[in-house]
Design a protein around this ligand. Structure first.
Ligand code: NAD
Ligand code: TYD
Length: 337
């Protein structure tokens, strides 16, 4: 049995990961350490919660003693560090918690992974560490790191720390840098779920700037299979970009969602731009494809429909969220624009 520590497993990508892995392999035992911030939700894990190969622990990755006890109690051999503050807009409103969790927290998990001699430590990073592209070109693993937001700079700092532990201690670390994810269970502050839910509620859809910023989209399950592939087959010390060659301007996504839901484009509201808004992200995934044999298997045209259908079928999941803390956040934000 492989004992795996998953941090941040109650969030969007981590919960999809745990639900998928427990359903598809029988030799893993997963310990999920999650602080349950506004973005963590145990409802995301209801299909896994009674599985004998799953243990949830509520706690902070910055808590050294707690994380140390987990390593010693559960004989952890593999670590996947998903836990993070993950939203750029929030990082602009207040950056401290981003550096605390994403840098200090990663240091705690990394340092203890070294002390307990784990076989693999995988840092879930982002293409945003590379900064912004112009109209052409793609991010490769050798593109210089040049982050522009408090969020992306905190992730870049963590990546550098993880690499330093490889060079200094020979630790078996791996880093994945993935593009923008979409799919079920994504907290409705990010573009796609926010637009779906606002459209369903006939509320304005706030498009930043001219709507022509480009993101490269990947279905969450494709990202998670890439993480599993890198964990199992990646070469220690390496970075692997993960993307699905699906570049879209934001406005195209927004119009697609409105069209799918039979809603009027009059709901679109252009609002003032995000400060420091990165213009374009686009991933070259040649390395993971050629070296590890991973390829994305979901087509955007199908998976976006599947995603919208999930939000239509799971109204109670997001209604609880938007009637709580998130509601206040959205109103404050939107009022400012
Ligand atoms: P999310 O915000 O949905 O979930 C983050 C989870 O981490 C939550 O469950 C939260 O409770 C937990 N957490 C936060 N601070 C913690 C702490 N101090 N201790 C323990 N748990 C804590 O984020 P996500 O979208 O699922 O992203 C997961 C990871 O993937 C992040 O590291 C993010 O940088 C990376 N990533 C995300 C995307 C994307 O499109 N969402 C793309 C590339 C990489
Ligand atoms: P987001 O989902 O926040 O991801 P990221 O900033 O990490 O790429 O935003 C995706 C794109 O959508 C980004 O260019 C900003 C834009 N956006 C809007 O236009 N309106 C919104 O309300 C949000 C949340 C994002």
């Amino acid at each position: 049995m492989k004992n795996v520590l998953v941090t941040g497993g109650a969030g969007f990508i981590g919960s999809n990961f745990i639900n998928h892995i427990l359903d598809n392999s029988d030799d893993v035992f997963i310990v999920n350490l999650d602080k349950l911030t506004y973005a963590g939700n145990l409802e995301n894990l209801k299909v896994s919660q009674n599985n004998k190969r799953y243990k949830f622990i509520k706690g902070d990755i910055c808590n050294y003693e707690l994380v140390e006890n987990i390593f010693s109690d559960y004989k952890i051999k593999y670590v996947i560090n998903f836990a993070a503050e993950s939203h750029v807009d929030r990082s602009i409103l207040g950056s401290q918690v981003f550096y605390h969790t994403n840098v200090i927290g990663t240091n705690v998990v990394l340092e203890l992974s070294r002390r307990f001699e784990v076989e693999r430590f995988l840092q879930v990073s982002t293409d945003e560490v590379y900064g912004s592209l112009g109209a052409t070109g793609l991010f490769t693993e050798s593109t210089p790191i040049s982050p522009n937001s408090p969020y992306s700079s905190s992730k870049a700092a963590a990546d550098m720390m993880v690499s330093a532990f490889y060079h200094t201690y020979g630790m078996p670390v791996l880093i994945t840098r993935c593009s923008n994810n979409y799919g079920p269970l994504q907290f409705p502050e990010k573009l796609i779920p926010l637009m779906i839910i606002n459209a369903l509620n006939d509320k304005p859809l706030p498009v930043y700037g001219d709507g022509m910023n480009v993101r490269d989209w990947i279905y969450v399950l494709d990202h998670n299979i890439a993480i599993q592939t890198v964990l199992e087959k990646g070469t220690p010390g390496n970075v692997y970009n993960v993307g699905a060659k699906t570049e879209k301007p934001n406005i195209e996504i927004v119009k697609l969602i409105l069209n799918y839901l039979n809603k009027s484009e009059d709901l679109i509201k252009y609002v003032s731009d995000r400060p420091g808004h990165d213009k374009r992200y686009a991933i070259d995934n040649t390395k993971i494809e050629t070296e590890l044999g991973w390829q994305p298997s979901f087509k955007f045209e199908d998976a976006i429909g599947k995603t919208i259908d999930w939000y239509l079928a799971n109204k109670s999941w997001w209604e609880k969220i938007i009637s709580g803390e998130y509601r206040n956040y959205y109103d404050t934000q939107y009022g400012k624009r």
